[in-house]
Structure formats: structure tokens, C-alpha cells
Design a protein around this ligand. Structure first.
Ligand code: Q9C
Ligand code: ZN
Length: 352
């Protein structure tokens, strides 16, 4: 199987984040990609290649130009005019209700003001290499899409930083650009076909949902922890089904904390049935391994064997697959879990 990854992605190495009101070591670190690359290498059935550069146009097909401009300039501006902190996090966030009834405010000019205009949480620091790494992750996703457009049945993009929490004009949730949404739009424009996105990360992909919410040609289907108790809290409910031309093309299957293998696979069957009803030849999988029973921030109880079964079940749709990495923070077992999933998707048996 063809795998795409760039060493530039390791340039994003945040020192910490905040979680539950505490400063904690960052979970979304380059050791995650190293774990996956080591397991792919040990398996021997994967060929890793660097991505091709795709420029900013596919990003601007999905994201607000102001978000791209902000991420491109944030670090140098912070060096000139920031607080001297080793990473950028907002202390004031543009909340819709602050401007209730008053229309929009202009983007601020100071670094501390700007970050809160484009960021929605305190878990997603910007450091020196964040922009280059995020651009590389987009190129990884697009190169994986190109492989499938060129005839591969299946390609894996080892994206990092991940993407599914990034909305049209907002970053957060460890995500800066929405790799899966950018790849989906790229594919839809090139093929003229509908496209389906299956999001298997533990967290709901609020960004992907938002980007395609009014689109009927892009189906978004997600299995995730119920947002009433879990991040991102403000999206992912079952009654969010799309609007306008997108009515019915957004499918949320929230699951209770503690969800284990059998209940997960049962929900997956429902997700796959919805995708089978939708047209198009390709499924983009947002693959998060934070559903793992040992994940430090997840709350499901999946085991490695189930990842193999899930890969196999998704492949049984008979569609081409662009598999893109999202979350998964149990670094030691992350690689084995990804390999299990991909072997299942390829129709190979689990490793011994
Ligand atoms: N106490 C992805 O998996 N913090 N993003 C949650 C929980 C943010 C997860 C805090 C989690 C973001 C791609
Ligand atoms: Zn996640």
C-alpha cells in the first residue's frame, strides 16, 4: 500500500496545551507519526513517499483566505510583537454572542487579538513550525487523493497535524487546515462525482461538518462520543442532519462513553449503509485512533483486533479509499492500531 508522509510535518512540536483548566504536555506530538512510521516499516507491506506540492489554491477552495493569511504570518508577527511565550494561545476568543445584534467586528491588529479571531480553543498552540507542517499535511492528503485518482484502490495519508476540527474560518482541536475536507473538495472537483467522508475519530469532526453542511454532493458520516459530554461539545448531535441542499447529507451517530467493540461495529454498519446509499466511487476516511481503550484523552474501549475488522468492513463498501490520519494519542500502540486498520482495509489478515 502507498503511504504519504513528509518529514516537514515534524516541525510542528507544541510544548504544551491546556486541558480541563491545566497546562499539560501536548498530546498531538511528532512521536505519534514516528510510532506509525515504525509500525508501517516493520510490517513491510507499505511504501512511504513524500507528497507533491499543491500550493494554496486547494486550501482556499475550502478555507477563508483570512485564516490562511493568519496562520502564514502568526509566528513571525508573534516574534516581533507577541508576549515572548514559546507558543501562541488565545486569551480572548471571538464568541458569536459578544457581537450579538451588532454585526461583525474587524480583525484586530495585535497578535493576542488576532489569534482569538481565528481560534476556538486553548488546545491548539501555534509554534515556529506549525504553518509549514500544516501545509505539508495538506499536501500529504492531496497526494494520497492523487494516488487514488490515478487508479490506486487505497492510499494512506499520514497527516499530522490532523484536520477535522478546522472549520472554514477557524482552527482548533489540534487542527489548522482541514486535510480531509480539502482532499474531498479536490476529489469532487476533479471527478465531478459526489464524495463521502467517514469520520472515525473519537471526537466529532465539527470542522468537516461545518464545511459541507449545506452541500448535498459531499456526505459526512461520523461515529463519535456524544458531544453532551465530550469535546467539541457544540456540534455532533444526532439531529444535525444538514441544511439547504445538504439536508440529509450529514449523519451523526453519537455513542456513549465506554462504547466497546461490538456496539461500535454495530454503529459502523449503520454508517456504512448510509454511505452505500450515496453516489460516488470514493470514500475519504478520517481515521482517529483515539477510540482505543488505552487512549489518554478518549473514552471508548476499542481493541486492536477491532481496528482490523473496521478496516475490512469499510473496504466491503467496494469503494476506493483515501485514508487520512486524524487523532490517536496512545503513542506506543498507535502504529500497531493503524497497521491493523490498513491491513483489514487491504484484505490482509491481522499481523500475528
Ligand atoms: N479534556 C483530535 O483528536 N482537548 N483532536 C480536549 C479533553 C482537545 C482532539 C480536552 C482535543 C482535540 C484531532
Ligand atoms: Zn480526536
Amino acid at each position: 500500500m502507498q503511504v504519504v508522509h513528509s518529514p516537514k510535518q515534524a516541525l510542528h512540536e507544541p510544548p504544551w496545551e491546556t486541558a480541563g483548566g491545566r497546562e499539560v504536555p501536548a498530546y498531538e506530538v511528532s512521536a505519534r507519526a514516528a510510532s506509525i512510521l515504525a509500525a508501517l516499516g516493520a510490517d513491510g507491506g507499505f511504501t512511504v513517499a513524500a507528497p507533491g506540492e499543491h500550493g494554496v489554491e486547494p486550501i482556499l477552495a475550502v478555507h477563508d483566505a483570512g485564516l490562511l493569511r493568519y496562520l502564514e504570518s502568526a509566528w513571525s508577527e508573534w516574534q516581533r510583537d507577541g508576549t515572548g511565550a514559546p507558543a501562541i494561545l488565545p486569551d480572548t476568543i471571538l464568541h458569536a454572542r459578544l457581537r450579538e445584534g451588532m454585526g461583525d467586528a474587524p480583525e484586530p491588529e495585535s497578535p493576542c487579538g488576532r489569534v482569538g479571531h481565528w481560534c476556538f480553543d486553548s488546545a491548539t498552540p501555534i509554534v515556529a513550525g506549525t504553518y509549514d507542517a500544516s501545509r505539508a499535511a495538506v499536501d500529504v492528503a492531496l497526494t494520497a487523493a492523487d494516488l487514488v485518482l490515478a487508479g490506486e484502490r487505497l492510499a494512506y495519508g499520514l497527516c499530522r497535524p490532523p484536520g477535522h476540527h478546522a472549520a472554514r474560518a477557524l482552527f482548533g482541536g489540534y487542527c489548522y487546515f482541514n486535510n480531509a475536507a480539502i482532499a474531498a473538495e479536490w476529489l469532487a472537483r476533479r471527478t465531478g462525482e459526489p464524495v463521502a467522508i467517514l469520520d472515525l475519530d473519537f471526537h466529532h469532526g465539527n470542522g468537516t461538518q461545518q464545511i459541507f453542511y449545506e452541500r448535498g454532493d459531499a456526505l459526512y458520516v461520523s461515529l463519535h462520543a456524544d458531544p453532551r459530554r465530550t469535546y467539541p461539545y457544540y456540534a455532533g448531535h444526532a439531529d444535525e442532519t444538514g441544511s439547504g441542499a445538504g439536508r440529509g447529507a450529514n449523519v451523526n451517530l453519537p455513542l456513549p462513553l465506554g462504547t466497546a467493540d461490538d456496539a461500535y461495529v454495530a454503529a459502523l454498519r449503520i454508517a456504512l449503509a448510509r454511505i452505500a446509499e450515496h453516489g460516488g466511487s470514493t470514500v475519504i476516511v478520517s481515521l482517529g485512533m483515539d477510540t482505543y481503550h488505552l487512549d489518554p484523552i478518549g473514552g471508548f474501549a476499542l481493541t486492536t483486533g477491532t481496528y482490523h475488522a473496521v478496516g475490512e468492513a469499510v473496504a466491503s463498501l467496494g469503494r476506493r479509499m483515501i485514508v487520512l490520519q486524524e487523532g490517536g494519542y496512545h503513542v506506543a500502540d498507535l502504529g500497531a492500531n493503524v497497521v491493523a486498520w490498513l491491513r483489514g482495509a487491504e484484505g490482509r489478515p491481522p499481523s500475528a
